[in-house]
Each structure stands twice: as structure tokens, then as C-alpha cells.
Design a protein around this ligand. Structure first.
Ligand code: ADP
Ligand code: MG
Length: 413
């Protein structure tokens, strides 16, 4: 009897979704419409690798959600496959520089991946460089030796490359390897960034290393986003459950937000989820409107969640003050509070949350951080006899802040 997997007939569909995973950022669609030209260009630039020659370094930039990451990964996967078929040694290493944000961390990540891809080499040579604490020069030497010994091509994708703190040092090291290799293997870089100003501020030498070739990915317009969304609706949703006007609205919103396909897909997914939660059957424009508010709130909440506890407590204190119906002399609800008042309320919240309050000096630092992140705004009063008093105002809806901080810190203060 043929063995059947216990999970093979499990139905993953829900009321509106056919396959929700296809709406996640990790899903790779089989087609990437409106990026044909960019793909062709990257293919042309990487083609020397098939002749064991070093491809020029490429720098891709463009706003968020315009397909930079997905195109770079797609083309490098195809290249790796073709090199595999032709018996050419090529390693493609994808690095998200948000996570690996220094020269050291990037080198460790490169060696870790090489080790994964060729354990035999490292075991035979008894090298364990990627353990924490390996000296930087050892990392560099090992990468150099590996590339030379294996006559390997190494293609490194540095995604969000502007996040690397000592980028000049990293780029210098990676180019120097090529000088020392004398054509025995190569290291090539694809750099990716959303930050349009980043290149301008680069050290000239780094700039010429990174930007040997440059590709700019334009934002998607509403019509293009509509096509991209329609493709996902086909695979992700049951037939006929997403109204066309809802798709058009998402496309219109996302094209105003910089032509961001990621945002469009997020809205689509959220709208579907809201329909399910409300036991609805169709995704309509009203659901998109709600999804937009929901997604904005999610974004604030996600960044709020990552704040240190005491900064969250401070925000909660601000929200309490704003909610406490304090009226000023004209009978209007106050939105601005003095630093002293905020500190008093902060201590109260700390007490309820069973946290030891930090000193006023610390709290001043926290307020600066929160202002930088856009959660609050501050104004200094003129030099009164009390020195510099600051007036502080919450930038977000106090109710939402309360809800999210309480949930995040699991407190009821
Ligand atoms: P970037 O790196 O430019 O910020 P991504 O490559 O991560 O953008 O793309 C964002 C999201 O949009 C991903 O989920 C990706 O699958 C999707 N996407 C981008 N471009 C296309 C396209 N042309 N067709 C289909 N999906 C796309
Ligand atoms: Mg990206």
C-alpha cells in the first residue's frame, strides 16, 4: 500500500484565503512583472561568473518595496543553479545588514555560510573560524584561503548595505581579497539600499568599489500594483472573494506611499484577515480602509514593542496625563505637559508596574530618544526662573498607546 502522509489532505484554506502563505513577505512569486528589464540587466552583469570571471560589483537602489531584494535573490539563485549544472564553484551569500551590521559580523556570516555549503573543506582543514571571538584577521585570511584553494566565485549580496557601521572597512577588505587572489577565484558584491542619500555620503573609494555598476529600481505605479496584487489574489484567495474595487483602492493607496509593493501586499492580507474576523465573505473597499488604519497601528506597535521598558512606561504616563481630562484655563483639554508633571506620573506608573523608577536625568535621556523616534514632540519654555522646562506632547492617540503598552508590558497601570 502506498504510504500517505497524515497531513497530505489537511485543508489549509479558510473562509476567504486559499493559501495565506503566498501573501507573506517570505513567499517568492513565480513571476515578477515589471521587473523584466531589471532582471535582464542583473543577469548580464553576473554572466561573467559562468566563465569563471569576476562580475563587476553592482549597486541597486530604489525605495522600499520596489522588488530589489526579490530580484537580487531570484537572479542569484538562478546563477547558482546554472553554475551547479556546469560544475562551476560558486557561492551566493545573502546577508541582511540590518542583522549583520558590522564588518566583523558580515565576515562571520560569510564564513558560516561557506562552512554550511562546504563542511568538508573546513573539517579537513580543522578550521572553526565562525565561532564567536575569532580575530578579524583570521576571518579575512580564511576567506582568502578558501576562495584561492577552491578557485571559488563568491557573490555576496549586502542587503540594506547602508546599515553597516564600518562599511568603508568592509568594502576595503572585500576588494583587497581580489587583489591578492590574482584571478584564482573572486569575490563580487551586490549592494542594495533604500536610502537615496547614502551613496552621496560614502567615502569616494568605497563609492567606486560598490557602485561599479548602478541600477535604479523605479516605484510601481497604481496600474502595475494592480497587476501584482491580482496575481497574489489568484494564488492566495478563494475565487471571487476579493472585489476588484478593493484591489484598485489598495493599488491607489500604495502608489501614493511610494509605489511600495510590500505595503500593498500587507494591506491585502490585513483586509482579508479583517473580513475573516468579522465572518464576512468578501473583501470590499471598506475593509481596505480598515486595513489601512490597522496596518498603520501595527507599524507603530511594532516599533513601540522594541522600546526599552522604561521608555514604554514613560509613554504610558504621557497617555495617562493626556487622558485625564486635564483642562487648561480656557477649559480646553491639555495636550502639552511639563517635564515635572510627566516625571510624577511616570513614578506612579512605575509603582503600579512594580518597577523601580529611574532618575530624572535618565528620564530626560529617554524623552530625547522618544522624540527622535517621533513618539513625542518637545518644546522648551523660555528661560524662566525654573531653568529650562520642557513641554511634552504625545504624537500618537493616547488610547492606542495605552492599549499597546499595557499589552506589551503585561501591566494594568
Ligand atoms: P525591496 O527590497 O525593494 O524593499 P522586496 O523585493 O522585498 O522590496 O519586495 C517587497 C514585496 O513585494 C515582496 O513580498 C515581493 O514579493 C513583492 N514584490 C515586489 N516586486 C514584485 C513584482 N514585480 N511582482 C510580484 N511581487 C513583487
Ligand atoms: Mg529589501
Amino acid at each position: 500500500m502506498e504510504k500517505k502522509n497524515l497531513f497530505s489532505d489537511v485543508d489549509l484554506s479558510t473562509i476567504v484565503f486559499k493559501d495565506k502563505a503566498t501573501l507573506s513577505p517570505h513567499y517568492t512569486p513565480p513571476k515578477l512583472p515589471y521587473r523584466e528589464q531589471e532582471i535582464t540587466e542583473v543577469v548580464a552583469l553576473l554572466t561573467p561568473a559562468l566563465k569563471k570571471e569576476k562580475p563587476t560589483n553592482v549597486f541597486i537602489y530604489g525605495k522600499t518595496g520596489v522588488g530589489k531584494t526579490i530580484v537580487a535573490r531570484y537572479v542569484s539563485d538562478e546563477l547558482r543553479e546554472m553554475c551547479g549544472q556546469k560544475g562551476i564553484g560558486l557561492h551566493c551569500i545573502y546577508i541582511n545588514n540590518k542583522m549583520h551590521d558590522s564588518k566583523y559580523r558580515v565576515l562571520v556570516k560569510i564564513l558560516k555560510d561557506l562552512w554550511e555549503q562546504n563542511k568538508e573543506y573546513f573539517t579537513t582543514k580543522d578550521i572553526k573560524v565562525h565561532d564567536a571571538g575569532a580575530p578579524p584577521t583570521l576571518l579575512y585570511e580564511t576567506l582568502l584561503d578558501y576562495t584561492r584553494d577552491q578557485n571559488a566565485g563568491i557573490l555576496i549580496i549586502l542587503d540594506e548595505v547602508d546599515m553597516v557601521k564600518d562599511l568603508d572597512g568592509l568594502l576595503y577588505a572585500l576588494t583587497r581579497i581580489n587583489d591578492e587572489l590574482h584571478g584564482q577565484g573572486f569575490v563580487s558584491i551586490i549592494g542594495i539600499s533604500n536610502n537615496l542619500f547614502f551613496k552621496r555620503d560614502l567615502d569616494p573609494r568605497s563609492k567606486s568599489t560598490l557602485c561599479e555598476e548602478e541600477l535604479i529600481f523605479p516605484p510601481y505605479n497604481a496600474k502595475q500594483l494592480t497587476t501584482i496584487l491580482n496575481e497574489r489574489v489568484k494564488v492566495g484567495f478563494k475565487e471571487g472573494v476579493v472585489d476588484e474595487s478593493a484591489i484598485r483602492l489598495i493599488a491607489a493607496i500604495a502608489s501614493k506611499e511610494g509605489g511600495d509593493a510590500r505595503y500593498a501586499l500587507r494591506l491585502l492580507k490585513k483586509a482579508g484577515e479583517l473580513v475573516e474576523q468579522g465572518n464576512g465573505e468578501m473583501v470590499l473597499t471598506a475593509n481596505v480602509e480598515d486595513a489601512k488604519r490597522g496596518v498603520e497601528e501595527d507599524v507603530v506597535f511594532e516599533s513601540l514593542n522594541t522600546l526599552p521598558d522604561h521608555q514604554q512606561i514613560l509613554l504610558l504616563a504621557m497617555a495617562n496625563l493626556s487622558e485625564n481630562e486635564q483642562r487648561d484655563l480656557r477649559g480646553e483639554k491639555r495636550t502639552q505637559f511639563m517635564s515635572g508633571e510627566v516625571y510624577e506620573e511616570y513614578k506612579k506608573v512605575c509603582f503600579k508596574a512594580k518597577e523601580k523608577p529611574r532618575s530624572m536625568r535618565w528620564v530626560r535621556e529617554y524623552l530625547n530618544d522618544l522624540e527622535m523616534l517621533g513618539f513625542i514632540s518637545m518644546q522648551f519654555s523660555g528661560k524662566g526662573n525654573r531653568g529650562q522646562t520642557r513641554f511634552i506632547e504625545l504624537g500618537e492617540d493616547p488610547n492606542k498607546i495605552k492599549k499597546h503598552v499595557r499589552a506589551s508590558l503585561k501591566i494594568d497601570a
